[in-house]
Design a protein around this ligand. Structure first.
Ligand code: BV8
Ligand code: ZN
Length: 250
């Protein structure tokens, strides 16, 4: 499954950076955005996940986020998430960057995850900026309101046309520029600036491996693409790294 080049690059890698997308959560039961049957099939992403759409119809947008939060509450991290949490302890310098807003990497044990597009479990007031915990986002409330000023609460996610969290992209790019191996896992590579991170790693000389169920827009720019479910492929990569660790002089 892994080419000799991939195994060689991994065997000597001191620095690994990983970018994940919705595909890494698919085997947990979280629908992806653009694969067949994905959540965007009913909603056009670029129109729906946009502040203007939210302000013009907060009830409809909250209906979608309440549904997604409910799904996320009911699922567990899958072996792919767990493998990435293990990988963090097998490589001297490891950075995990995600486009996902589901928090499943942290629930699997990954530390210091860079969440480029925010986190669906957090909400804040569009008027005063106050953050609201899960308890204040009463699910029965169609459009949750701020307990301080009564303003509309919105999910703490990055919508189209919005800037990424301060410093997130810079930190991700730094890791991409210094890594020996970069893994692009479960992302269609259509959303920017996230999709530019694997390309920056490639340009900086990293060995870039894409793991996906199918070829993507990024595939021609990768060193190699491994076709298959990340929940099966990532644990195999960790097995390889574990064997490497056991052969290294202690
Ligand atoms: C910004 C958060 C700048 C909300 C999301 C024209 C060209 C290029 C760019 C643009 C353009 N026009 C506009 C832009 C910029 C725009 C953009 O990229 N648009 C694209 C769509 C053309 N980007 C932005 O607006 C960004 N902000 O640029 O600001 C700026 C500058 C100045 C002033 C103001 C602003 C903000 C982008 C963030 C948008 N927010 N979501 C929410 O989640 O509710 S995007 C959404 O897409 C999710 O975050 C998701 O993570 C992201 C990417 O999708 P993927 O994760 O890749 O998921 P997808 O379903 O697409 O693919 C899943 C893949 O997994 C598939 O390939 C599938 O085969 C694979 N798979 C499935 N199962 C498995 C698997 N692989 C392995 N194993 C499996 N089991
Ligand atoms: Zn408020």
């Amino acid at each position: 499954m892994f080419s000799a080049n991939c195994l060689k690059a991994l065997s000597s890698a001191q620095s690994v950076c990983v970018l994940t997308g919705a595909g890494v959560s698919e085997e947990s039961g979280v629908p992806t955005f653009r694969s067949a049957g994905g959540i965007w099939e009913k909603f056009k992403p670029e129109d729906f996940a946009r502040f203007e759409s939210f302000i013009s119809n907060p009830e409809l947008v909250w209906e979608w986020y309440h549904y997604r939060k409910k799904v996320i509450r009911e699922v567990l991290p899958n072996p792919g998430h767990v493998a990435l949490a293990h990988m963090q302890d097998l490589v001297p310098d490891f950075t995990l960057v995600t486009q996902n807003v589901d928090g499943l990497h942290a629930r699997a044990g990954s530390r210091d995850v860079i969440e480029l597009h925010g986190n669906i479990t957090r909400s804040y007031c569009v008027e005063c900026g106050l953050f609201a915990g899960e308890e204040e986002q009463a699910v029965f409330e169609k459009t949750p309101r701020c307990k301080e000023c009564g303003g509309l609460l919105r999910p703490d996610v990055v919508w189209f046309g919005e800037l990424l969290p301060a410093g997130a992209l810079e930190k991700a790019m730094e890791a991409a520029h210094r890594c020996d191996v970069f893994l692009s896992v479960g992302t269609s590579g259509v959303v920017y600036p996230a999709a530019s991170i694997p390309l920056a790693a490639r340009n900086a000389g990293a060995y870039v491996v894409e793991i996906n169920r199918e070829y993507t827009d990024l595939s021609p720019r990768m060193n190699e693409t491994i076709i298959g479910p990340s929940g099966e492929i990532l644990p195999l990569l960790v097995t390889h790294l574990t064997q490497r660790a056991s052969h290294e002089p202690s």
